[in-house]
Design a protein around this ligand. Structure first.
Ligand code: FAD
Length: 471
């Protein structure tokens, strides 16, 4: 028998449920066909996220080639591509890790029906999360809308074990006929990738995790909010592409971290992994959350649509240094620190009163770790329109955030060279510099760096008013 294993957002060979299971069901006379489908939507847009994703795919393709188990490419319309596969290779079953939300979920529904009609057996697995959308439920069987009780229940459940892949068997049974399917579509995608990223693929993911578990995790609870410190794991890009499995991350923590030294760092870290599962669950049950406010009464909020203001936010030209530094970090590196994602999202929605959907879409274009469930969750949280959001009357003060989380302005100066010589006492609000000071440090407000484009106090009141009226 020939079993196909379909790689999707799980671009690794280690601890891969579908691959491990397919091998478990394979004898030495059977065959394994590794494949990836290049969807036509990829020719419509090619963002930083796609660039990063395809560099990760390239890394997997090279690793599997080295192992002697090459990946084959299907392309074009999904059903036609699989029809071609079935006509060319006599597969009798297909193994893959399912998606529970968004585009991936819709595609899976479509294709499952197709395989049924074709009499191809499908073996699907829950692999991307520690707990899938339907696993953490309330006593009455319903799903949680608030994180704290969800987390309590999440914590009490046993976590899935690492899935060992039998590489020797894979080498022996892999179909090696790449010439039949060709690599033109893949080569063309790889030729479109142009950014250079820090940390791509399975090996980099494992190294970065080891490095984090060796030191920074112990102070994670204390340092995770300071963007100038390398205090977070940087795992999101690897989890998004599947270069590392979430089970590996979870179990490595328990193997590597010395819990006698301290437990707060690791415990806080594990709760963040639960947020990832929580938002996946929320998006599964609110499939319209990418377009609609989750709280019914906030569906018609009169957001501002001023494109000029939106441009200033995007470009990091608002005159609020922490906000601007964060947006420039995003534009240049494809990543942004969590504290800053909260700050810029709050700024866009509450200080500029702009539609959170615009921010969500911009992050989708720019983030290499863009994950619809977490991103929509984060944006609706900041806009106070989601499940368990920040209350609308607790508006972040962008200057105060800057003083608290970048007290010396180190992060600001890293991304805004115009402010390099500004003294600490002015770094959170350079517009307060007297004229002679501006000249002395070579930063004229309004010329070299903008003054604040809004007054926070006024906008805070207007935001609260907008929500109150809707109530
Ligand atoms: P760490 O602090 O090391 O956390 C470890 C892991 O836990 C992360 O890799 C991530 O998988 C998970 N995690 C941490 N915080 C959250 C959270 N609030 N929600 C869900 N999962 C979390 N995360 C994405 O992966 N993709 C996104 O597109 C995304 N968009 C966001 C948009 C907004 C407005 C906000 C407020 C948050 C968003 N997040 C998103 C969550 C979070 O900011 C990132 O996961 C985190 O900054 C990634 O860096 P890290 O891996 O170093 O995180």
């Amino acid at each position: 028998a020939t079993r196909a294993v379909w790689f999707r957002r799980d671009l690794r060979l280690n601890d891969h449920t579908a691959l491990a299971k397919a091998l478990e069901h394979t004898g030495e006379d059977d065959q394994i066909f590794l494949m990836f489908h290049i969807h036509p939507v990829l020719n419509e847009e090619f963002t930083v996220r796609h660039d990063y994703f395809f560099q990760t795919l390239e890394s997997l393709v090279n690793d599997s080639k080295k192992l002697g188990a090459p990946i084959h490419f299907l392309e074009g319309d999904l059903k036609e591509a699989f029809q071609h596969l079935i006509e060319t290779i006599n597969i009798d079953s297909i193994y893959f890790n399912i998606d529970e939300t968004g585009f991936g979920w819709k595609r899976d529904q479509e294709v499952l029906e197709f395989f049924k009609q074709q009499n191809i057996k499908t073996c699907t697995f829950m692999d991307h999360h520690l707990h899938g959308a339907n696993e953490v439920t309330k006593k009455d069987g319903g799903y949680y809308k608030v994180f704290t009780p969800y987390y309590k229940s999440w914590k009490s459940l046993q976590k899935p074990a690492v899935q060992k892949v039998d590489y020797d068997l894979l080498k022996k049974t892999a179909v090696d006929q790449t010439s039949v399917f060709g690599t033109e579509a893949y080569d063309s995608l790889i030729s479109k990738t142009k950014h250079s990223f820090e940390g791509v693929g399975e090996q980099d993911a494992e190294e970065r995790l080891a490095q984090f578990l060796d030191a920074a995790i112990y102070d994670y609870d204390k340092e995770r909010d300071f963007p100038a410190i390398d205090g977070t794991s940087q795992m999101s890009r690897f989890l998004r592409t599947g270069a590392i499995s979430i089970r590996t991350v979870y179990h490595q923590i328990h193997e590597e971290v010395d819990f006698r030294k301290n437990t707060e760092g690791a415990e806080t870290y594990i709760s963040e992994l639960a947020w990832r599962d929580f938002y996946n669950m929320i998006y599964h049950f609110y499939p319209n959350a990418s377009d609609e406010e989750m709280v019914e009464k906030y569906k018609g909020l009169p957001w501002n649509n001023d494109e000029d203001v939106f441009e200033q936010w995007k470009e990091g030209q608002t005159g609020f240094p922490l906000i601007d530094a964060a947006m420039r970090q995003l534009n240049e590196s494809g990543w942004m620190h969590n504290r800053l994602r909260m700050a810029v999202a709050s700024f866009l929605t509450k200080d500029l009163l702009m539609d959170w959907r615009k921010g969500e879409r911009y992050f989708a274009e720019r983030l290499m770790d863009y994950d619809p469930a977490s991103n929509i969750g984060g944006w609706q949280w900041a806009a106070s329109t989601g499940t368990d959001p920040v209350p609308y009357f607790r508006v972040f003060n962008p200057t105060r955030q800057s003083e608290r989380f970048d007290p010396h302005g180190r992060f600001i100066k890293e991304w805004i060279p115009e402010l390099e010589n500004v003294q600490k006492k002015y770094i959170h609000d350079p517009s307060k510099m007297p004229e002679e000071e501006q000249e002395k440090v070579g930063c004229i407000i309004g010329k070299d760096y903008p003054g604040p484009i809004v007054n926070h106090k006024t906008m805070r009141e207007r935001a609260i008013e907008m929500f109150k009226e809707e109530k």
